[in-house]
Design a binder for this molecule. Structure first.
Ligand code: HC1
Ligand code: SF4
Length: 562
């Protein structure tokens, strides 16, 4: 522990890794563009520069706190220095702020306002670069890049993909995929974590909002929505509702008000996934099938395996993701002419995830030649639609999702946090469903923030070794352990985003705000409040199996491989 003096006030510090964290702990919001607590320190933007008592300037992000330090964070000199940095950045920046997707949430725009930049004295001599629209998930606009390197480090350090790099030097420096390919032609998994850390509009979500509005306008189209588990604990943020609390009821009524004919819960098909994946797992264990079984719900993880570890492709579960299952089932449901009433069906899924936009284009996301999910909109786009429709979201009455695909168990809903799929599967495999048993299951080792969680359970006299991973980069280590013979897993759950879908690349983000734990707790609270906790107890799902899925489970709930 030590004490430093910041702007004349004594501030204690303990294990803060840099001076910047101590300053922020003291409640002072020193600006940064390139500092992200989850990433390595880059020290490129110099905006967090502070001054010591001898007038020495240094970047606070890359300085270790020392006892007795005296620093100033907002002197006349620093203000002038920061203003100049922002002016220089704006000098080489496309400034169509009103048209930019990031408007209102852009760190550069905010800094220009905070620092009082009123004019830019430098002409933008940079040649205009084309947008990279080759990915189904995100769009890159190099004209808005400030070279903070956040996207490059997120892709490498969090996701272990390295789809982006910094090419050339000096004024020519540019962020781009190798050989300036389109992102869609690289190993990019579409996770959107680069977009989460991008301070400007250089990386944004590829949006399908207009196509969805068009479908809603069309009287001959039945537009069906499905809402992913993690959306409910993030959608309320933008409307001043308590962070992490579920706003599912309001999301359902907002979608009804916008004209969606049916609104379903992806948690329903997460329950289907539990049944199908558990059966597949037991079948592989009992009949010598390929193990470990790897979960298939996270499309970024699936692409990672296909691109980087193709030898393990057959380990991935044949189950479609819950998104895929619900769309395939609902489309089939409305193929019945009586139910269709002459309308065509358009499936729209609301997801926390940008990679889901890519998943729906995979050849195995089609049934009877038809794309199962027509459009994926992220939570960020959902918020935008609600705002565009002028809906008073915060004060809406809550509504329940529609039947027959609106009921979900708590197990289905916790799919949105890391370890959730595993926990839901174990709830199903363990015969007792009483509160004590469920509590005991929750303590097996799948919960918590650790990047790689390993634990063993006993099932019918056999040891089952389970591994739960969040943050795709950590999957490299899991493959290393398997290849080195250091691990003998039976089941592996991987969610690409750290913390699981609650931290998906399509969730609303605000610079400097950490919402992982509140969203995680929020989903566990949703589980606690759910009338049923175990997928088997979902009566609507049982009915679907008994009355509709006979002979169709393979076609609608599985796929032939990757
Ligand atoms: Fe997810 Fe899933 S949990 S992948 O994170 O298995 O996106 O929320 O919808 O499909 O249910 C995402 C979330 C989501 C699927 C489910
Ligand atoms: Fe990397 Fe994910 Fe961004 Fe693709 S979407 S560039 S994988 S961080």
């Amino acid at each position: 522990m030590g004490i430093m003096t910041i702007d004349g006030r004594k501030v204690e510090f303990t294990d803060e890794k840099n001076v910047l964290s101590v300053i922020r702990k003291a409640g002072i919001n020193v600006p940064t563009l390139c500092y992200q607590p989850e990433l390595s320190i880059y020290g490129a933007c110099r905006l967090c520069t502070v001054e010591d008592e001898r007038g020495k300037l240094f970047a606070s992000c890359s300085e270790i706190p020392r006892d007795g330090m005296v620093i100033y964070t907002n002197t006349k000199r620093l203000k002038k220095y920061r203003k100049m940095i922002v002016e220089l950045l704006l000098g080489a920046h496309c400034r169509d702020c009103t048209l930019c997707d990031k408007s209102g949430n852009c760190v550069l725009q905010d800094l220009a306002y905070r620092l009082g930049v009123k004019e830019v004295r430098y002409e933008n001599t940079k040649e205009e670069q084309p947008l990279d629209c080759s990915s189904y998930s995100i769009i890159r606009d190099p004209n808005k890049c400030v070279l903070c390197g956040n996207c490059v480090r997120a892709c490498r350090e969090l996701q272990g993909v390295e789809a982006l790099g910094i090419a050339f030097r000096g004024t020519e420096a540019t962020v781009m995929p190798a050989f300036n390919k389109g992102l869609g032609e690289t190993m990019c998994v579409g996770c959107g974590q680069c977009r989460v850390v991008c301070p400007t509009g250089a990386i944004t979500i590829r949006s399908d909002i207009d196509a969805v509005w068009d479908a809603l306008e069309d009287p001959d189209t039945r537009v069906i929505a499905q809402i992913a588990p993690a959306v409910r604990v993030a959608a309320g943020d933008a409307f001043g509702l308590p962070k992490g609390k579920s706003s599912m009821g309001k999301v359902v009524s907002a979608l009804h008000q916008m004209g969606f004919d049916e609104v379903y819960d992806t948690g329903f098909s997460a329950d289907l996934t539990v049944m199908e994946e558990s059966a597949e797992f037991l079948n592989r264990v009992k009949n010598g099938g390929k193990l470990p079984l790897m979960t298939s719900c996270c499309p970024a993880w699936v692409k990672f395996v296909v691109d980087q570890y193709p030898d393990y492709k057959d380990n991935i579960s044949t189950c479609r993701s819950p998104q895929g299952m619900l769309s395939a089932v609902a489309k089939e449901w409305y193929r019945d002419p009586e139910r269709a009433e002459g309308k065509r069906t358009v499936m729209v899924s609301f997801m926390p995830c940008t990679a889901k936009k890519m998943e729906i284009k995979r050849p195995n996301s089609f049934t009877k030649g038809e794309q199962d999910t027509d459009h994926v909109l992220t939570t960020t786009e959902l918020v935008r639609m609600i705002k565009s429709a002028g809906i008073d979201f915060a004060n809406m009455e809550c509504e329940e999702p529609d039947i027959p695909f609106g009921m979900a168990s708590g197990g289905g809903k916790i799919f949105g946090v890391t370890g959730g799929v595993t926990e839901a599967v174990l709830r199903h495999l363990v015969p007792a469903h009483d509160t004590e048993t469920l509590k005991a299951i929750s303590e097996f080792g799948m919960r918590g923030e650790e990047a790689i969680k390993e634990f063993t359970i006993q099932y019918e006299g056999t040891d089952i070794n389970i591994c739960v991973v969040s943050g795709l980069a950590n999957a490299h280590e899991v493959f290393r352990r398997m290849k080195a013979g250091e691990a003998n897993y039976h089941l592996i759950e991987v969610m690409a985003c750290k913390g699981g879908c609650v931290m998906g690349g399509g969730q609303p983000v605000k610079a400097g705000e950490c919402v992982k734990s509140v969203r995680t707790e929020g989903l566990y609270e949703v589980d606690t409040e759910s009338a049923i906790k175990v997928s088997d107890d979902n009566a609507d799902m049982e009915k679907l199996y008994a009355e509709f899925l006979n002979g169709k489970t393979h076609e609608l709930l599985h796929n032939e491989g990757y």
